[in-house]
Design a protein around this ligand. Structure first.
Ligand code: KIV
Ligand code: ZN
Length: 559
């Protein structure tokens, strides 16, 4: 037995027995701040170049972000140049605030103020690490020393802002880095000192950003920390509480959602969760989680594939197939029972004209995120018969009768087994056409006439036609019946095809461009006693049903 786990110290809970957040509900979107161009970019094997950053920046603006952290201009020449290009190139919409990150260190703060010259709205985001572990193993200093770093940084920022020449609207953000790994009373103490130094007011509030720099606890513990912080910080109304979760335990989204319940008003994260190690918080998932609860996320996700393409191209990262809302497979149901339920959900919504989304197994309408409706269901050998019928109807307009589903399902299954993989919708159509339209035809109608006659108040239908057998022999035949199918049956009996029995029939219109045709599905009982379907398609409704009969016979004769 591996006893390695014994070397880990369990995370300490904080004492908050009267926590309120479990009873709260998320009812509105937070202020979103994208850190794709800084935290996300910093974690790339090949950081984005100027062109890529510009493209990404514009995509973020299009999505609706109003606060965007564009980089660390004092730490990297490229980030400095990008900051300047954004400002001088007029790329920043008036209602968008750029955010620049800087450590609480003098020369870096000075350079940052140079980088932002000429911008309309800027958040100067400064930070220093406060965590218990870093104080012990990195800085080898006590909390007072850490507070001094933050206060000195704040003092310089205040001074540079007061003396700033120009029209830039400068706001402040402070992050006690590794907030969740810091004793929460220490985080409060340092933030209060920063606020005093910057003389924050309700009219000019600071953003206090409380990062889960390394996610080390369950989301409820992070939420307790946020609620405790908010309840105890002095001058609360002069601060906007922001969270900046990472995803080391895979619970970045949950941590964010619970932090919002605990009172956080602002969220920093990235598209699709790019970022250091396991990533930053995925804003797309949190936003769409809200959306599916009837809350407007205030970000536009309606063309998510476009943003995925930009993201993948600019970052060189790949989105996983099961990534919520955007992964290739997230709107795909393989299981037959799921397919059946999805099918029924769509049908229910259509029949009831439902204004709500009521489709089992799919928590969001794929169309709302710019995904195709069509490939919702893929067919593999595990899929039930209903799934194949669903695709035939929704992708190609063929409404196979229920009794035909097992027969068609078996043909699909056979094809999957042959190929050893799932089928895409087009291949499903091939299975249908090969088996029901392009099969071998022992009997073919060369010429025919169908007409009605009324004899002493009774309607009769006549079939007159020439039937070719095995591509050679030609026979002329006639039949009279109470409908076209009956008449045709009688005509076939006269040429010796007399052992088939009619079982059932269904028909619907199908359109091909502006053209409309009738599709008939005919079920016969064969001379061997089994059930078989035939499909007929023609502009003429009567002829389409006769073709259905003939094709059922042909399919059986071809076996
Ligand atoms: O994760 C983190 O703590 C950060 C800070 C610089 C905000 O990225
Ligand atoms: Zn971070």
């Amino acid at each position: 037995m591996n006893k390695g786990y014994k070397k880990y110290i369990p995370f300490k809970q904080i004492n908050l027995p009267d926590r309120q957040w479990p009873n709260n509900v998320i009812t509105k979107a937070p202020i979103w701040c994208s850190v794709d161009l800084r935290d996300g970019n910093q974690a790339l094997i090949d950081p984005m170049n100027l062109q890529e950053k510009l493209e990404f920046f514009h995509a973020l603006c299009d999505m609706g972000f109003k606060e965007i952290e564009i980089g660390f201009p004092s730490a990297s020449e490229t980030d400095y140049e990008i900051c300047r290009e954004l400002i001088e190139g007029g790329h920043i919409p008036d209602d968008v605030t750029i955010q620049v990150l800087v450590q609480a260190r003098e020369h870096l703060i000075i350079k940052t103020f140079e980088a932002i010259k000429g911008a309309k709205n800027v958040i100067v985001h400064f930070y220093n690490s406060t965590s218990t572990l870093q104080r012990k193993v990195v800085f080898k200093t006590d909390m007072d020393g850490i507070i001094d770093i933050a206060v000195n940084g704040a003092r310089l920022i205040k001074q540079l802002t007061d003396n700033y020449e120009g029209d830039t609207n400068i706001r402040f953000e402070y992050s006690p880095e590794s907030f969740s790994g810091t004793e929460v009373d220490n985080s409060i103490a340092i933030c209060e000192r920063v606020m005093e130094t910057l003389e924050c007011t309700p009219e000019n509030p600071i953003i206090l950003n409380l990062p889960n720099t390394v996610e080390m606890c369950t989301p409820n513990t992070y939420a307790d920390q946020i609620e405790y912080f908010i309840r105890n910080i002095k001058n609360r109304e002069s601060a906007i509480i922001s969270v900046h979760p990472h995803n080391d335990r895979g619970t970045g989204v949950a941590s964010t959602e619970l932090a919002l319940l605990a009172g956080a008003e602002r969220v920093e994260g990235t598209l699709f969760g790019n970022g250091e190690r396991t990533g930053n918080l995925d804003i797309v998932t949190v936003g769409l989680n809200m959306y599916t609860q009837g809350v407007d996320p205030q970000l536009d996700f309606s063309d998510l594939p476009k943003y995925r393409d930009i993201y993948e191209r600019c970052t060189n990262m790949k989105i996983g197939e099961r990534q919520p809302y955007i992964g290739e497979l997230v709107f795909t149901a393989f299981s037959g029972s799921h397919q059946d339920a999805i099918n029924k959900g769509y049908k229910y919504m259509k029949e009831h004209n439902s204004e709500y989304w009521e489709v089992p197994y799919i928590p969001i309408d794929p169309a709302d995120v710019g995904r195709q409706y069509e490939p919702i269901i893929r067919i593999n050998s595990q899929s039930g018969k209903g799934g194949a019928a669903y695709v035939m109807e929704h992708s190609f307009g063929y409404e196979l009768p229920k009794k035909m589903h097992p027969e068609f399902g078996a043909l699909v299954q056979k094809k999957c087994d042959e190929l050893g993989r799932e089928l895409i919708p087009k291949e499903l159509l091939d299975v249908f056409e090969t088996n029901y339209l392009n099969h071998k035809k022992k009997y073919e109608i060369v010429n025919s006439r169908i007409y009605e006659e009324n004899n002493e108040g009774v309607d009769y239908v006549h079939f007159k036609g020439i039937i070719q057998i095995d591509g050679k022999e030609v026979r002329t035949t006639t039949g009279v019946g109470n409908g076209p199918i009956d008449a045709f049956f009688k005509a076939m009996q006269k040429i010796g095809v007399d052992k088939y029995q009619f079982r059932s029939y269904s028909q619907h219109a199908i359109s091909e461009g502006s053209d409309s045709k009738a599709v008939s599905y005919i079920r016969l009982k064969t001379p061997e006693g089994k059930s078989i379907y035939g499909v007929g398609i023609d502009h003429n409704v009567n002829y389409s049903s006769i073709l259905g009969v003939l094709n059922a016979i042909n399919r059986n004769e071809a076996e």
